[in-house]
Design a protein around this ligand. Structure first.
Ligand code: AKG
Ligand code: FE2
Length: 637
């Protein structure tokens, strides 16, 4: 299976009733499936239930609860001779209605837990600990079951296969713990519901794990659970908009991420800042993936109103014999923390190479494994870890071109621009046939640094001191039309523009050094205009270093097809520039947006905006016409 391929898709059990009630799905009392059908109407944004086969709550249905039989209605509502409230009397039309409605808007598991709470609360409210009594009653008959088991059994009465249930409790302790953690997160929101919410929180105790399982098992026996992160999906990037763009990054590999249909695509996946838990996934497939700290599969969930399709995406090439693994614990944590979590969850410690490496059992890790660990570390943004791993791999195989290439990348990712290019240059001397290294060497040679040829400082406007400067006298206006023409002619000869050169935010572009004629002019203008301007504005003394080009390319935005905009991102360099090759009258919209400064800069033809690459910026959507720009990423070394 190749990297980024989907191994399978399925619709998870949970989330099917996210944002809506369980009505129409199952009986409120016995949780048995109802025959009622459910229709989802996207236009009306609503759900319509066919209620012909179900019984509504006889108290007026403000609770919107439904039952499968008169027997269940009776059990839910009856006040028995021991004056125990039926659990539903307790939630329907009293203090708890608000809580219950809140539960409805939350996810399935929470709803089920809410029912458990209601049942326990009902028992306690009457001053009659019914469940415990049942337990002691059974003890008289010398049945050796713990009270939570009996309690669980009592919730289902005779409808549950009890031996199987007890077996499952043992198997599923970790999952129950997960359910519990998730529920307790939700419960913390209960304080907002005032007194009754707070009282319910008090009722929670450890035994509830089993109760929750008892309630969920009817639905989801043998289903595992996992937390779902809200993040942009890898599979979306790999497959859709920029087809053929194979390199995607994963910041929490192996964990489950989700993509809400309401999220806009404006923010790129680069540098995610937030991990947000958005729900609990109950799925039949999840349990089949073993844990590994170097997982090869990531599970991605699309949240929608009526179903939650899961996709299993390969994080790297997976051999036929290889086991598919995912991470059961957050991989961003330290080895000791991971050890604790994995031990608690799986009852054993993890024996993957990553753990061996981090436990400093270095002899256990081969050179190939070090490389793999380094690639994973790079994907997770742990570049200093990757640097150490690659350094060690290089002590074993000092001339390995792929390792040298990755070593350069990992230096680059840490802002060590000069060192990275140095390594690549030396690696090329050792391996002149290596595809990537030779391409890089050609590029570096073409952009070879020259000293500044003048002290020509273009006139400018300061947009933000020490951050963004805009030239105003159009110092490069003379070359712009011919550059656009040259780029279009190269694109025609190649059968189109490139869309796969940039990892985080792919642009429709062509590299300057592959456009004949433009390269030479660029180099001259770079040393006459661009370099002096940037060094002067950002105070980079000639005595300490030189300004180099890491990458430079012509970008084409077209309102009618292809790229119209660029998500907000940061660039790969220390200084970036955007040079306008067209006049602003030739298109509508467009420009470089700097959200932190709340400004959009639209240079005139021949002017450029220079800024620090670490500043977030993006390309504003164009609404008509075509916009050509040159983008360059520079570093000072
Ligand atoms: O469209 C723009 O002005 C921004 C382009 C850009 O930021 C990039 O290509 O990295
Ligand atoms: Fe950029």
């Amino acid at each position: 299976m190749r990297k980024n391929e989907l191994s399978q898709t399925e619709t998870s059990v949970s989330y099917r009733i996210l944002h809506e009630s369980a009505a129409g799905e199952c009986c409120a009392n016995c949780l048995g499936r109802l025959k009622a059908t459910r229709e989802f109407n996207t236009e009306a944004q609503g759900v319509r239930h066919d209620m012909t086969n179900v019984l509504l709550c006889p108290r007026g249905h403000s609770c919107r609860e439904v039952f499968c039989s008169t027997d269940c209605v009776r059990r839910a509502l009856e006040v028995s001779d021991r004056s125990v409230y039926g659990w539903h009397s307790f939630v329907c039309e009293n203090d708890l209605t608000e809580f219950y409605q809140y539960a409805r808007q939350s996810n399935e598991s929470f709803l089920i837990a809410a029912k458990v709470l209601a049942r326990l609360a009902a028992a306690n409210m009457a001053g009659y600990p019914a469940l415990q009594l049942k337990s002691s009653f059974l003890e008289q008959f010398q049945l050796s079951h713990s009270w939570p088991e009996v309690a669980a059994r009592s919730l289902f009465e005779s409808r549950v296969n009890y031996p199987e249930f007890v077996e499952r409790i043992k198997e599923s302790e970790d999952q129950i713990r997960d359910v519990w953690e998730l529920l307790s997160t939700h419960f913390s929101n209960l304080s907002e519901l005032g007194r009754c919410g707070r009282e319910l929180v008090q009722l929670l105790n450890l035994h509830m794990y089993t109760d929750i399982l008892a309630c969920t098992q009817r639905f989801v026996c043998a289903f595992s659970t996992a937390k779902v992160l809200r993040k942009r999906k890898r599979s979306v990037d790999a497959k859709t908009k920029y087809a053929g763009h194979q390199q995607t990054q994963s910041y929490f590999p192996g964990t489950i991420i989700s993509c809400s249909p309401y999220e806009t695509g404006l923010y790129s996946q680069h540098k995610p800042t937030k991990m947000e838990y958005s729900g609990l996934l109950l799925s039949s497939t999840l349990g089949k993936f073993e844990h590994s700290c170097i997982p090869n599969v990531q599970i991605e969930v699309s949240l929608s109103l009526c179903a939650a399709p899961c996709e299993y995406v390969a994080l790297r090439d997976i051999g036929i014999q290889e086991r598919k693994t995912m991470a059961h614990v957050p991989l961003v944590s330290s080895i000791s923390h991971r050890e604790q979590l994995i031990l608690k969850r799986n009852g054993k410690i993890c024996r993957c190479w990553r753990c061996s490496w981090e436990r400093e059992e270095f002899q256990q890790v081969s050179c190939e494994q070090m490389k793999l660990l380094a690639y994973q570390a790079q994907e997770e943004g742990r570049n200093s870890d990757a640097e150490v791993l690659l350094y060690c791999a290089l002590t074993l195989r000092p001339q390995d071109p792929d390792t040298l290439h990755s070593y350069g990348v990992t230096l680059l990712n840490q802002g060590k621009w000069g060192q990275a290019h140095d390594i690549w240059r030396r690696a090329f001397q050792l391996n002149r046939t290596h595809h990537w290294l030779s391409k890089q060497a050609v590029k570096d040679q073409l952009y070879a640094a020259r000293s500044d040829e003048s002290l020509f400082f273009a006139s400018f406007r300061t947009i933000a001191v020490d951050e963004i400067y805009l030239t105003t006298s159009g110092p490069l206006a003379a070359v712009c039309p011919s550059w656009v023409e040259a780029a279009e002619s190269v694109a025609r000869s190649r059968g189109g523009w490139d869309t796969a050169r940039h990892k985080a935010v792919p642009t429709t572009d062509l590299p300057i050094h592959e456009i004949p004629g433009v390269m030479e002019q660029w180099n001259r203008l770079f040393s006459v205009v661009i370099s002096p301007f940037i060094r002067d504005r950002f105070r980079l003394p000639t005595s300490f270093g030189t300004l180099y080009v890491h990458d430079a390319f012509v970008v084409k935005y077209n309102a009618n097809e292809g790229q119209r905009e660029l998500p907000v991102h940061t660039d790969q360099g220390q200084f970036s520039l955007t040079l306008a090759l067209h006049d602003t009258q030739d298109y509508s919209g467009g420009g470089t947006i700097f959200p932190e400064h709340e400004c959009i800069v639209r240079p005139r033809c021949g002017d450029f905006v220079a800024f620090r690459s670490s500043l977030t910026h993006g390309g504003v959507p164009i609404t008509a016409g075509v916009r050509y720009i040159v983008v360059a990423f520079l570093y000072y070394a």
